[in-house]
Design a protein around this ligand. Structure first.
Ligand SMILES: Nc1ncnc2c1ncn2[C@@H]1O[C@H](COP(=O)(O)OP(=O)(O)OP(=O)(O)O)[C@@H](O)[C@H]1O
Length: 300
């Protein structure tokens, strides 16, 4: 339903890994968590999952404090760790049934769930393998199946896209859409910024243990250093740049004009370019990578 991270700080000895980290993941919201290596993503996620404790602050999951009401709070959240650790010698299906026991799911029901979830994550036919014989990506898929065992309202996925093949990534994208439709709250960290951009509704940027910005995907797309308009033409000649100069600072690349500092007069530009067979035109959208580096660059 909802994850509220309320001013958590975490120290390892003298080193401050997190400082006053505060954000909310709402119902039906897919939130991407991005930052450089060592920024504090895993530390945050482990605190939300209740496997690590903050020095101060709290996390409220569906109204329950992960510190004061750990049992209640952790019942409502599923977590896929960055490096899932499983019993390597166990057969996958047996281990799945064993884990289901933690959620009070009996053997017969667990077998049914296994059938459904293994085929969902693309592991059907591999139930009798040992976990140690699974590839990295298969382990990730298995961890995803386990995270779906108990149908909680909140999900934490730490670098879940790492090690997944394109089909696995597509599966995760579909899963994210499904979870959103079911009104779940989802927080996922990733370094694959194009995927974060595809999946997330909102992105939280963490840098050196501090949240430096939160932006919706719409804000990210409308964010560009300069206001650039792009026009693809079917035909060009020597005059076209002169025409475009009335609307900003144009540059011609092949049969595309990029107009920097565009003045916004789209109707005027369209009618002036009528004889050039406009194939396509539109504002050049910002992207997450560009925003990411700008925000990081602004930090000391
Ligand atoms: N158990 C620990 N003891 C000491 N320092 C730690 C410990 N765990 C994490 N850290 C430090 O805390 C900082 C944040 O680590 P964290 O794993 O949260 O980063 P991250 O954003 O998940 O990085 P990555 O993208 O590389 O996975 C790092 O500087 C790391 O070295």
């Amino acid at each position: 339903m909802m994850i509220e991270v309320s001013n958590i700080s975490k120290k390892y000895g003298n080193f401050t890994a997190l400082q006053d980290v505060k954000f909310t993941v709402n119902n039906g919201e897919l939130v991407g968590y991005v930052g450089l290596n060592g920024a504090g993503k895993t530390t945050t996620i482990e605190i939300i999952a209740g496997v690590s404790y903050p020095n101060s602050g709290d996390v409220i999951i569906d109204g329950h404090s992960i510190i004061k009401e750990k049992k209640e709070a952790s019942k409502n959240v599923s977590w896929v760790p960055e490096l899932p650790i499983f019993e390597q010698d166990a057969k996958v299906l047996d281990y799945f049934i064993y884990l289901a026991g933690y959620y009070g799911i009996g053997k017969e029901e667990a077998k049914k769930k296994a059938e459904e979830l293994f085929s969902l994550v693309g592991l059907q036919g591999r139930e009798k393998d040992k976990l140690k014989n699974y590839s990295q990506g298969m382990k990730k898929r298995f961890a995803l199946a386990v995270s779906l065992l108990s149908d909680p309202n909140n999900f934490l996925f730490d670098e879940v896209l790492n090690g997944l093949d394109p089909q696995g990534i597509m599966f995760f994208r579909d899963l994210a859409v499904k979870l959103k439709r079911e009104n779940k709250a989802v927080l996922f960290s990733s370094h694959i910024l194009t995927e974060v951009e595809n999946i997330a509704d909102k992105v939280i940027f963490i840098h050196k243990g501090k949240i430096i910005r939160q932006m919706s995907i719409e804000e990210i797309k409308s964010f560009t250093k300069t206001n650039i308009f792009r026009v693809v033409l079917g035909r060009i000649d020597g005059d076209v740049i002169k025409i475009a100069e009335k609307y900003g600072n144009p540059k011609l690349q092949g049969n595309t004009i990029f107009i920097e500092n565009f003045n916004g007069n789209i109707p005027g530009l369209s009618s002036d370019l009528l004889n050039y067979n406009v194939i396509e035109m539109g504002k050049v959208e910002g992207n997450l990578e560009e925003v990411f580096f700008k925000l990081i660059g602004e930090q000391k």
